[in-house]
Design a protein around this ligand. Sequence first.
Ligand SMILES: Nc1ncnc2c1ncn2[C@@H]1O[C@H](COP(=O)(O)OP(=O)(O)OP(=O)(O)O)[C@@H](O)[C@H]1O
Ligand SMILES: [Mg+2]
Length: 230
Amino acid sequence: MLEIRDLQVRYGGITALAGVSIDVRQNETVLLVGANGAGKSSTINAVIGLVRTAGGSIRLDGKELTSIPCERRAREGIGYSPEGRRVFPSMTVAENVLSGAFGMGRRHQRESFDWLVSLFPFLAERASQPAGQLSGGQQQLVAISRAMCAMPRLLLLDEPFLGLAPIWVRQISDAIRQMQARNTTILMTEQMARPALKLATRGYVMRGGEVRRAGSVAEIQDSALAEEYL
Ligand SMILES: Nc1ncnc2c1ncn2[C@@H]1O[C@H](COP(=O)(O)OP(=O)(O)OP(=O)(O)O)[C@@H](O)[C@H]1O
Ligand SMILES: [Mg+2]
C-alpha cells in the first residue's frame, strides 16, 4: 500500500535520511524503532508532506505522493498524529477532534465523533473544555482521535506513547487495536519499543538516517529492544 524507496531528506547541510526504503502492506501495522535522531519523524513527516524530500519516491497505492502538497495528502486518506501530543490548546476538545475530519459531511463527522466517544468517554465529558487544560495523556488521546476522526486508510502515529503513564499507554494501545479491527493500515514510530512491539506485525530498526534491520516483530525484537536502551 505504502512504498517508500530510497528516500532522502536533508535539513540544510544535515542528512536526516540517507536512502530509506520501507513497505507497508494493506492492513499491516509497521513499527519504525530507533534512538534519538534516527530519522523516524523525518520519514513520517515526508509521507504526510511536512518535510520536502531530496530524493526517492513515496507511493500510496501506486500514486506518487511527493508531488502532492501536504494539505491535499489528508484527502488521499492519510491521518497523522504528530510527535509531542500537539493539540490546538485554546480550541475545545471537540473542535480539536473534529478538525481532523475537516471537509467531511456533518453526518460523517458526528458518526466519527460518537465512535471516538465510545472509545474514550472523556472526550464527551471534556468536549467543550480547551484542550490545553487536559493532562498530557489526555492531550495525546485528543491528538490521536483527531488523526482517527476522518477514518483514514493509512494512519501515521509519531511516538504515541512518549512520556506517558502506563494507564495512557494501555488506552492508546486499545485505540490502535480498534483501528486495526477497522482494517486501517498503520505506520508508527517509537523509541519505547516494548508496548509498540505488541501492536506491530513488522518493523524496521533505524539508525543514523538508515534502516539497519527489517523483519517480522519476532525477527527485529532483540535489536529493537537494544535501541530502547541506547
Ligand atoms: N528541523 C530540523 N532542522 C535540522 N535538523 C533536523 C531537523 N529535524 C530533524 N533534524 C535532524 O535530522 C536527524 C533525524 O531527526 P528525526 O527527528 O527524523 O529523528 P527521530 O528518529 O524522529 O528522533 P527522535 O526520537 O528524537 O524523535 C537528526 O540528526 C536531527 O537532528
Ligand atoms: Mg521523532
